[in-house]
Design a protein around this ligand. Structure first.
Ligand code: T46
Length: 136
């Protein structure tokens, strides 16, 4: 997603509005920071939760798997967002020092909404594109 930057002589501003800029009601906001560049986070899918990820500072790489296959998306600018739909397996990695990853979520936190095992993910959502083997 490319958010509109409002630019003037003082700097830049991005405005995000639920159900307009973001295609869902935002029930939860969290942010991830202080991640070691060699660590991965995520490695799960959700049953219901939709999320938009925005690197407010720094960069990170997000690998997303869905019925179309796997895609690596670089989040490297606060005017860029990545919509992750339910049922999409996602892994965030290659965090640069100082990276702050903002996440807007459509649901309140509920551990029961997570599929944290890739094998279980394949069982719940068996698709041709998963035949590539293990992916954590
Ligand atoms: C996701 C990616 C992008 C809470 O108590 N409340 C919360 O709202 C969240 C998000 C997490 N937690 C607890 C659960 C764990 O004990 O915080 C701990 C770390 O969570 P997790 O290992 O799930 O963090 P990430 O970075 O792997 O994943 C998070 C979100 O959980 C997940 O929904 O899609 O960011």
């Amino acid at each position: 997603m490319d958010f509109k930057e409002i630019v003037d002589s003082r700097g830049k501003l991005v405005a995000i509005e639920q159900e307009k800029t973001i295609p869902f009601e935002i029930k939860r906001v969290f942010y991830i920071y202080g991640v070691n560049p060699f660590e991965n986070r995520g490695a799960h899918a959700h049953y219901r939760t939709k999320q938009v990820l925005i690197a407010l500072n720094g960069r990170c790489m997000v690998t997303v798997e869905n019925e179309n296959g796997r895609l690596e998306i670089l989040l490297d600018h606060p005017s860029k967002g990545l919509l992750i739909e339910p049922h999409e397996w996602h892994v965030m990695g290659e965090f640069t020092e100082g990276c702050i990853l903002l996440v807007l979520a459509s649901e309140h936190y509920d551990e029961k909404d997570y599929i944290r095992s890739y094998d279980q993910y394949l069982e719940v959502y068996p698709r041709a594109s998963h035949k590539g083997g293990s992916f954590q």
